[in-house]
Write a protein that binds this ligand. Sequence first.
Ligand code: FAD
Ligand code: PYC
Length: 431
Amino acid sequence: MTCPEKEGWGTAFEMMPRYSIFSLIRNALSYHEGWPRAWRSPEPKSSYDAIIVGGGGHGLATAYYLAKNHGMTNIAVVERGWIGGGNTGRNTTIVRSNYLWDESAALYEHALKLWEGLSQDLNFNVMFSQRGVLNLAHNQHDLRELSRRINANRLNGVDSEFLSPQEIKALVPIMDLRANGRYPVLGASIQRRGGTARHDAVAWGYARAADALGVDIIQQCPVTGFQVEDGQVRAVETAKGTIQARKVGIVTAGHSSVMAGMAGFRLPVQSLPLQALVSEPIKPVLDTVIMSGAVHAYVSQSDKGELVIGAGVDSYIGYGQRGSLPVTEQTLGAICELFPMFRRMRMLRQWGGIVDVCPDASPILSKTPVGGMYINCGWGTGGFKATPGSGWAFAHTVAKDEPHPLNAAFSLDRFRTGYLIDEHGAAAVAH
Ligand code: FAD
Ligand code: PYC
């Protein structure tokens, strides 16, 4: 697969320091034996300056930036399962920053800039591939929405261009653009700096880098409650005992309202299943990412050759990490209309994750009614792309007890003031 390569980036091989090339050869010949652990597996201490609940990408990034940017190293990430086992390891890895409103553009664009240097920063190849993301327009209304967003993006310094059907055809020859199709394609936006990354590597890279700065990563340790006295958080109850904490950051995606319930406050989020599936691997046929908000379908091709396909959310609330068949059928029907050559392909596996959706399809990064407790949630179907920026801004909020300018607008308070940030259109996968 051809990937547009950034200046100074080079291939994964070129970017490795020389000693890593020898270590790669040694490890290749060692039959995977004697590899050092990438991070420690400590027992929890009796107390920490801060505990981050949830070892997904956002929680691990928060811990990393707390240590790196704010010098807070007496901290722990407490994860009920294994790191990256939630939505971080279940998502379809699309990264872009083409959101409509100024506040969102600033936050997601900050994240995209961090993505551009993340492998170097973490010294871990997160396989960020800027292969471009297309959002398709199928009717006049889509076209108008797209133009509005392209203009807004450009005013905010976010790269965004319009592509005519001819330009789309040149970029994606296998797409059926005939006007008599069920989903005629009248144009698309493209964000060329957008693309994909390796989801597990993001969790592993942040975990390893945070651990190296002294952060304790504690897995297989569900948080079961909080001790709150005089409106201030004092401790976290876990399966491994009570751990004192001056500050607690909750970063538990689909389970955020459960955690808030334990702490005694409510969140305006709903937890919904979002599913995806991959095909058998084939030779490279698609070197960009195609999304259609209107038909609730998107597709990219992984480095292994699998088509990575996703749908909109299932419309019922629940915690089962699977989706329903009608959603898959509808999505595959649309994909096959757009890409007739995929009709003969077999699907290998399907899965779901639980996404936490706010009424305005924007996240919450905020202080809470409990002193010393902070919440990072509500990323819905689109938080993977924000992982570095979210961790960066949330670490500031936890360390300073006040929002970073990037997340000031994403407070819980907006549901009281009514200053919502409606990103349903830019979310691209139906919430
Ligand atoms: P998670 O990775 O879910 O981490 C939360 C962690 O909290 C979990 O590991 C969980 O085990 C832990 N936890 C929960 N309860 C407790 C407890 N009681 N105690 C301790 N730990 C607990 N976003 C994009 O930008 N692009 C995409 O292409 C994209 N595709 C998606 C496709 C699918 C199928 C799904 C499900 C999501 C997709 N997303 C996408 C959304 C994205 O995956 C999420 O927004 C993002 O991964 C959230 O990261 P997180 O670190 O907050 O959550
Ligand atoms: O937010 O770009 C996105 C996305 C794609 C698939 C799921 N979410």
